[in-house]
Design a protein around this ligand. Structure first.
Ligand code: NAP
Ligand code: ZN
Ligand code: ZN
Length: 355
């Protein structure tokens, strides 16, 4: 077993603190990675605080992982010691169901294994995430980080990047399409960058007037303050696609009014409580309300290569592991520009307790 140092929590109302735990030893197909940076996703907070009602404690969040390969199993063919690699939200899936065979491992019909909160197949118990010194992952779920990408800014691509890239591709964002992104947080700022890079007319909806200039710098052609009904009305029935990244419950009806006939609103933000669906506008314009979860492994590599080619990465505020509780509180106040990225060297020398 590989002893790892990390940060985790022992209860929904407990702060995160040092935890040490075991991972499996490197198996034939496994890659052992020294984690260098880990992005802080709002899902980490939902999970740490049991807002989705399935958290088992102690829990170690983190699924925007980049680092260096330190060891490979004898059957590993794609990676060598020293390679710059990434791990996102998935560490395994059945690989044989129709979804897996189509490269849609995130929709595996028997259930993919999450980077945290999944069932660890070799040593039992649950999987632990990237707020840690090391991780051991099957090489088929490990991504190559292109040299052009700086590591701290590449980490958030592993969840925030792919979560926006996949629906933008699926719903064919590109030249001639008007695409809205709701919320300028971790996901939303990647949505603005990616939709712009794909050539779509990109409109940011924000509740924060202080983010208007940043939204434009990041690639939005227009920025709308979503609380301003007059600004919203100017965009009536004009959007082909709107991606909603809001992490809290909120009113969807103002956005349904902005979709043209047959257009789609895709829900990406995952608040713990249900959202009310305004049915009449949906019916009257043959609208579609959809969801989308991260992306498959091949598509995640495609996204990383796209970002490297287009010189795109996350805007990050690098923090020490010890600042994570404060970072969560700031995330709840929409006070992040625009993703926290944890420098894992800050873990060195942290005294750990056994879970
Ligand atoms: P985040 O960095 O906290 O950003 C969320 C943004 O939503 C905020 O910056 C804010 O933007 C806006 N917002 C927050 N509270 C709001 C409210 N009450 N009303 C309206 N707008 C509000 O979070 P994130 O990491 O991007 O994650 C967003 C959500 O996506 C989370 O629920 C997360 O669990 C989920 N998620 C889903 C997937 C998936 O596969 N579908 C993957 C990753 C994460 P403004 O200040 O601009 O208004
Ligand atoms: Zn995430
Ligand atoms: Zn499967």
């Amino acid at each position: 077993m590989l002893r790892c140092d990390g940060f985790g929590t022992r209860g929904a109302d407990q702060p995160l603190g040092p935890i040490s735990f075991n991972r499996r030893d490197v198996g034939a197909q496994d890659v052992q990675i020294e984690i260098l940076f880990c992005g802080v996703c709002h899902s980490d907070l939902h999970f740490a605080r049991n807002e989705w009602k399935f958290t088992v404690y102690p829990a170690v969040p983190g699924h925007e992982i980049v680092g260096r390969v330190t060891k490979t199993g004898p059957g590993v063919s794609r990676f060598s010691v020293g390679d710059r690699v990434g791990v996102g939200c998935l560490v395994d899936s059945c690989r044989t169901c129709p979804a897996c065979r189509q490269g849609l491992e995130q929709y595996c019909e028997t259930g993919s294994i999450g980077t945290y909160g999944g069932t660890e197949p070799v040593i039992g118990g649950q999987t632990h995430g990237g707020y840690a010194s090391h991780i051991v992952v099957d090489e088929n779920f490990v991504l190559n980080i292109p040299d052009a990408l700086e590591l701290s800014a590449a980490a958030p691509l592993l969840c925030a990047g792919i979560t926006l890239y996949s629906p933008l591709k699926h719903w064919q964002a590109g030249p001639g399409k008007k695409v809205g992104i709701i919320g300028l947080g971790g996901l939303g700022h990647m949505g603005v960058k990616l939709a712009h890079a794909m050539g779509a007319h990109t409109v940011l909806f924000t509740t924060s007037p202080g983010k208007v200039e940043d939204g434009k710098k990041l690639g939005a052609d227009e920025v709308v303050i979503s609380k301003n009904t007059e600004e919203m009305a100017q965009h009536r029935a004009s959007f082909d696609l709107i991606l909603d990244t809001v992490a809290a419950t909120h009113d969807l009806s103002p956005y349904f009014a902005l979709l043209r006939r047959d257009a789609t609103l895709v829900q990406l933000g995952a608040p713990g409580e249900p959202l009310a669906i305004p049915v009449l506008p949906l019916i009257m314009n043959r609208l579609r309300f959809a969801g989308s979860m991260i992306g498959g492994i091949a598509e995640t590599q495609e996204m990383l290569d796209f970002c490297a080619a287009k010189n795109i990465a996350a805007e990050v505020e690098v923090i020490a592991m010890q600042q994570i509780n404060e970072a969560y509180e700031r995330m709840l106040k929409s006070d992040v520009k625009y993703r926290f990225s944890i420098d894992m060297s800050s873990l060195t020398g942290v005294s750990t307790q056994n879970p």
